[in-house]
Design a protein around this ligand. Structure first.
Ligand code: SAH
Length: 214
């Protein structure tokens, strides 16, 4: 997601420190202190403008959500729409999701959401994909034994790459859809901004997957 720099973003983030973290390594082992209640922890990497995490958290008050985003202007936009009606079970984190194992303890996370991650179509950029083996390795470390990953994309190439990479990891697939919006599961689907924009142009792919003990 490309966005113009927003001049108000830095200050806005500074002024809303109760809901956003910019020094995540200092919160290692202490994430639950930031929430109203100690509850299972779900994480979304690459939240964009935040619609998915905000609506998912609203629908699941018994789960705590951490939304990670790399771009200041983007996360500030998410935070601003969140502040219109803040929830006690959401925290935002401005950081690179590449090193989740430096931010969370082993088994600390119940579920990781990856929605419409940047496809990085060139082969030489494959390592940057959020479903590349190095990322999967860190997810495996921080995910609970019964934890899983939910991944949605409109990008067929990224989806195909992800299936093979996960299959080789090894992981097991609990759900695969090649056209989420025309499947029964769509009834409970919460759409992201990208999904709203791109679903009229083609199918949305989804998978739910867990690591097998190795
Ligand atoms: N999930 C949103 C946004 C998708 S665009 C939606 O579906 O609408 C992908 C987003 O992931 C961008 O906002 C980008 O800045 C963010 N992103 C890409 N790589 C990232 C990384 N390594 N860590 C955190 N965020 C990342």
């Amino acid at each position: 997601m490309r966005v113009r720099k927003k001049p108000w973003a830095d200050k806005y983030i500074k002024n809303h420190g109760d809901y956003i973290v910019t020094d995540p390594k200092n919160w290692l082992g202490k994430w639950q202190d930031r929430f109203a209640k100690v509850q299972p922890l779900n994480v979304e990497v690459g939240i964009g403008k935040g619609r998915f995490i905000i609506e998912t958290a609203r629908a699941n008050p018994d789960i705590n959500y951490i939304g990670i985003e790399l771009q200041t202007s983007v996360i500030a936009t998410a935070l601003r729409s969140f502040m219109a009606d803040p929830l006690p079970n959401v925290q935002f984190v401005l950081t690179d999701g590449a090193n989740l194992d430096e931010l969370f303890y082993e088994n600390e996370i119940k579920k990781i959401f990856l929605n419409f991650s940047d496809p990085w179509p060139k082969k030489r950029h494959a390592k940057r994909r959020l479903t590349s083996p190095l990322f999967l390795k860190t997810y495996n470390h921080v995910l609970d034994q019964d934890g899983d990953i939910e991944f949605k994309t409109d990008n067929r190439g990224l989806f195909e790459y992800t299936l093979v990479t996960m299959n080789n990891f090894p992981m097991k697939f609990d759900y695969v859809s090649l056209d989420l919006h025309h499947s029964p599961e769509n009834e409970s689907n919460i759409e992201t901004e990208y999904e709203q924009k791109f679903s009229p142009k083609g199918p949305i792919y989804k998978l739910i997957v867990h690591f097998t003990a190795s």
